[in-house]
Design a binder for this molecule. Structure first.
Ligand SMILES: Nc1ncnc2c1ncn2[C@@H]1O[C@H](COP(=O)(O)OP(=O)(O)OP(=O)(O)O)[C@@H](O)[C@H]1O
Ligand SMILES: [Mg+2]
Length: 327
């Protein structure tokens, strides 16, 4: 059987992948997807959707029940070691030794992959600098902040110079400033030619970083394609405005905008995504309404899910605030 040359093969090709765990949970029910070389690809989905299972199979940590996986044309079942050499993994849980120093963690990891020590020392410095951790190279890893630990995981995965970097919720539980720093790092890695796949709960994260995505739910891909095409379906967005004093009655009429007072200090706004929010603010200002703060009314991922599945409440509750958008 002929092999697709690595230069033209997808970075990742998954065909009809199924996984039934012992105990009977069907975590993947026939997943197929292709990720192009150089792409920045998101796997989006709620808790328990099957994202980590998919990543686990691709990185040989979990045995598949059936289906096919290849990395740059290298079939995982036929040539596991060659496929693994092309791939770097940042797992969902922090899994380095907290009593080792970052520099040693990186050098030892490289050693495990057969990289000569002299080369490993050079790369460790490069990767720690790229992850803005060079000043922490010789501290006990236990003392790193949560965000630093996550960056260390990325630096470690980059030690083998993978052509495909897979990250399982790299920004879970880190605050927005650190998250943005990580986004910058990941964009740099992608711009330098590494294909990236990441899983996330945050639509905003996928939107900010990724060109293509698959949405996975209950072990099935319910939507996949370019980010832009998908978001075009989300044409309305809602905001909650916290205002000073009671809202005026009647509320100003703004063409195309739904405006509603939900209590003495709160206005609910719904407007087409394409519309400039300044129009709303100008109209409110003219009506003497002072806006103290605002946030997105709903998790847009949730809206997207409702649209795709007709089911409410599937995705997680954390809705990023307005301040996080457009980072
Ligand atoms: N080792 C395991 N044994 C049995 N069932 C498992 C195992 N790992 C995962 N599952 C089940 O498989 C399903 C998919 O889990 P998975 O971890 O792949 O989801 P996920 O999309 O990564 O979720 P999260 O966003 O919470 O990380 C869940 O129902 C989960 O309980
Ligand atoms: Mg997971």
């Amino acid at each position: 059987m002929s092999r697709i040359p690595a230069e033209t093969a997808p970075a990742l090709s998954v065909r009809e992948l199924r996984k039934t765990y012992a105990g009977g949970v069907e975590a993947l029910k026939g997943v197929s997807l292709d990720v192009d070389p150089g792409d920045f690809y998101a796997l989006l989905g709620p808790n328990g959707a099957g994202k980590s299972t998919l990543i686990g199979i691709v990185s040989s940590l979990v045995n598949k029940t059936s289906g096919e996986v290849s990395v740059f044309g290298v079939d995982l079942a036929r040539d596991r070691d060659a496929a693994m050499r092309l791939l770097g993994l940042v797992p969902q849980e922090i899994n380095f030794n907290l009593f080792e120093k970052p520099f040693d963690i990186l050098v030892n990891y490289a050693g495990f992959y057969g990289i000569p020590r002299r080369e490993a020392l050079v790369r460790a410095e490069q990767e720690l600098r790229a992850a803005q951790l060079w000043d922490k190279a010789q501290v006990m890893s236990r003392t790193l902040s949560g965000g630093m630990k996550r960056r260390l995981m990325i630096a470690r995965a980059m030690m083998t110079r993978p052509r495909l970097l897979i990250l399982d919720e790299p920004t879970a539980g880190v605050d927005i400033e650190i998250r943005r720093g990580m986004w910058r790092t990941l964009r740099e890695i992608n711009a330098a030619g590494t294909t990236i796949i990441l899983t996330t709960h945050y639509l905003e994260e996928a939107e900010s970083l990724c060109r293509n995505l698959a949405i996975i739910d209950h072990g099935r891909i319910i939507e996949q394609g370019p980010m832009r095409t998908l978001l075009a379906g989300l044409d309305v967005e809602g905001f909650v405005l916290d205002i000073e004093g009671p809202p005026p009655a009647p509320l100003p009429a703004i063409p195309g905008v739904g405006l509603q007072a939900t209590d003495e200090h709160t206005l609910d706004v719904e407007l087409p995504r394409a519309m400039d929010l300044n129009r709303v603010f100008a109209a409110l200002d003219a009506a003497g309404v002072r806006v103290r703060s605002m946030r997105t009314r709903s998790n847009r991922l949730e809206e997207l899910f409702v649209r795709l599945t007709g089911e409410a409440g599937a995705p997680p509750a954390q809705a990023p605030t307005v301040a996080e958008r457009g980072a």
